[in-house]
Design a binder for this molecule. Structure first.
Ligand code: MN3
Ligand code: MN3
Length: 316
């Protein structure tokens, strides 16, 4: 009879798995605990073109998180190097569901049911969004395990940023700060995911022959170009009307370089952090108004309200 092995956390094959699991669980959060309704007056004061922008940006991000929570992690779990890698991926998969849910929490606070239906109709029929989902998902379906890791890192460390730009911009101007806090929780998770999956990529990449490495590298740069080209069109579609397109493109290139660094590959674009719009940089480095001294989890996260216990609690 084939032996089925129990997972033993006292015999760790790779400390990075354990450290990542602990990091991810320590930053656990739930979207329903974020006080987004405090942003309603900011929201009501936004011109309608800015409201439409925020809605579309969040629709697009929902699509990417849905893809990650389903096909993305599913693909990655088929080729793990260690037993604990599966436990890390379990955590990642659940948080991707929570990320996708968080945009719906934001919509349900800021938008009418009719508007919400329209946002999802737009998202599910937009050609550029569908194209990027297809490019990534085709690799999840048919790529080898290193290609799947590259696709995952590009999605998490690069493709999200055409959307993240908008809430970070508002946060930099102290607007929609609770909405932005949700996004910063997601961003913080994605940064751990990108680093971890990039690390697993590098381990596999280092085992390849020089010829195979060159081939893999060329493949990765070609994929990045293909995604970048589509991302440029998506950025123009979203931001031309409001006039932010060039700033967003620069932010994309800056993050594309970071995605490549996660994979141990050389940066492709000349753009640096100093070139990014200072309002967005301000948003990236800003906390929010809901500083909670007791919460290790995040700036705006509200701890659940706990009553003092009394004798009645012991009457069963
Ligand atoms: Mn996510
Ligand atoms: Mn992720």
């Amino acid at each position: 009879m084939e032996q089925y092995n129990a997972i033993n956390w006292n015999e760790i094959e790779d400390m990075v798995d354990k450290a990542t699991y602990e990091k991810l669980t320590s930053q656990f959060w739930l979207s329903t605990r974020m006080p987004v309704s405090k942003d309603l007056s900011d929201w009501r004061s936004l011109p309608s073109i800015e409201k439409r922008l925020v809605e579309r940006v969040f629709g697009g991000l929902t699509l990417l998180d849905t893809l990650q929570s389903r096909d993305g992690v599913q693909a990655l779990r088929k080729n793990v190097r260690t037993e604990l890698e599966l436990d890390v991926l379990n955590n990642i998969q659940f948080m991707e569901s929570e990320h996708a849910r968080s945009y719906s929490s934001i919509f349900s606070t800021l938008n009418t049911p009719r508007e919400i239906t329209e946002i999802f109709q737009w998202t599910n029929s937009n050609e550029l969004l569908q194209k990027k989902a297809k490019i990534i998902n085709d690799i999840y379906k048919d790529g080898n395990h290193l290609e799947q890791k590259v696709a995952s890192v590009f999605l998490e460390s690069f493709l999200f940023y055409s959307g993240f730009y908008t809430p970070l911009y508002y946060l930099g101007k102290s607007q929609l700060i609770n909405v932005a806090e949700v996004i910063k929780m997601i961003l913080r998770d994605e940064s751990v995911h990108g680093t971890y999956i990039g690390y697993k990529f590098k381990l596999g990449f280092n085992e390849l022959s020089k010829t195979e490495q060159d081939k893999m590298q060329t493949w990765a740069y070609n994929l990045l170009y293909e995604l970048y080209e589509n991302e440029i069109k998506y950025t123009e579609l979203l931001y031309d009307e409001i006039g932010w397109t060039e700033d967003v493109k620069l932010f994309l290139r800056y993050n594309a370089n970071k995605a490549l660094m996660n994979l141990g590959l050389s940066p492709l674009f000349p753009d640096h952090r100093d070139d990014v719009n200072p309002i967005v940089l301000n948003g990236l480095s800003t906390g929010t108004a809901n500083q909670d001294f007791f919460s290790q989890v995040g700036n705006g996260y509200l701890m659940s309200i706990v009553e003092d216990m009394n004798d009645d609690d012991y009457d069963y």
